[in-house]
Write a protein that binds this ligand. Structure first.
Ligand code: SAM
Length: 278
């Protein structure tokens, strides 16, 4: 599972769960491209004001809380892990909300699931960082994904990232500029700056361990003509020379790397940077 460690109860049977909470799941999301707002509304209700996607929704806590706060907006939680969809759908069903639905699917196929301009906002809450260069193509913050998000976002639409990982955040900022996005807001302590924003399970869990939240809100600007990758792809490249930055908290998924760098720094008298590859 993409960096998500869910301890399953002994008697967890995925198919049985998916069936029990089917009311909050759309099993064939690719069939609703261009139709989401109309297809998901209750027959007696007004059309949804807009549609927003929680991409990589995990257990769905953020999706459901956001939906509870804005009943006239349709919130779609998408995750590539069926186990996450099963858990999220349970939360969705138990909430009693009719403006939230969960779908299995991958960021890599987002343009097959949503039509041009169909989404007002894409949330990327604590995306899997994939720190190694060899896995970096799977990150949902990469410029290739941002170019896809451009197509499905409505005019003025937004991508909203939150992460505990300063290296991932610094990498993600390079991708915004390659894909021609304008940052509307950035923060390196988003909980302090916007304490009322809803939280996800990861934000609560990692916040409890001392994580600060880095965040951006960005909107597509002029479309770049020939976007291509110019950034360092290993997240090790974004680790500051002063490892004291990570006293008390190391970014999720990079704990072992940072410990190795500390060991190396101890041996070399401070310089850990030569020849680092992850
Ligand atoms: C670290 S978890 C964060 C979950 C949740 N957003 C939160 O903040 O609690 C990252 C989630 O992204 C999902 N994921 C990773 N790559 C994905 C992709 N390409 N498309 C959809 N979901 C993805 C994983 O399965 C996992 O549930």
């Amino acid at each position: 599972m993409h960096g998500l460690h869910i301890r399953l109860p002994k008697n967890f049977v995925l198919e049985e769960r998916l069936e029990r909470y089917a009311a909050a799941i759309e099993p064939n999301p690719y069939g609703w491209r261009g139709l989401w707002a109309a297809a998901c509304r209750r027959s007696d209700a007004a059309p949804f004001r807009e549609v927003r996607l929680d991409l990589g929704c995990g257990r769905g806590g953020f999706t459901v809380e956001a939906a509870r706060r804005e009943p006239d907006v349709l919130f779609i939680g998408m995750d590539s892990e069926p186990i996450c969809i099963a858990y999220a759908a349970q939360v969705g069903c138990e909430s009693g909300l009719s403006n939230v639905v969960f779908v299995p699917g991958s960021a890599m196929r987002i343009t097959e699931m949503f039509a041009e301009g169909e989404l007002a906002c894409i949330y990327l809450n604590f995306p899997t960082p994939f720190p190694r260069k060899k896995d970096s193509g799977k990150r949902t913050v990469n410029f290739e994904r941002l170019m896809d998000y451009r197509h499905v976002l409505a005019p003025g639409g937004q991508v909203r990232l939150r992460t505990d990982s300063q290296p991932l955040f610094d990498f993600a900022l390079t991708q915004l500029s390659i894909a021609g996005y304008e940052p509307v807001w950035t923060s390196r302590d988003a909980r302090a700056d916007r304490p009322d924003d809803p939280t996800s399970e990861y934000e609560v869990k990692l916040g409890g361990k001392g994580a600060r939240v880095c965040a951006y809100v960005a909107t597509p600007g002029e479309e770049p003509r020939d976007p291509h990758q110019t950034a360092e792809m290993s997240l090790a490249a974004y680790i500051p020379q002063d490892l004291g930055t990570y006293d008390g908290y190391a970014p999720h998924g990079m704990e072992a790397t940072i410990q190795n760098l500390r060991n190396r720094a101890a041996k070399t008298g401070g310089d850990w940077s030569s020849g680092v590859t992850i």
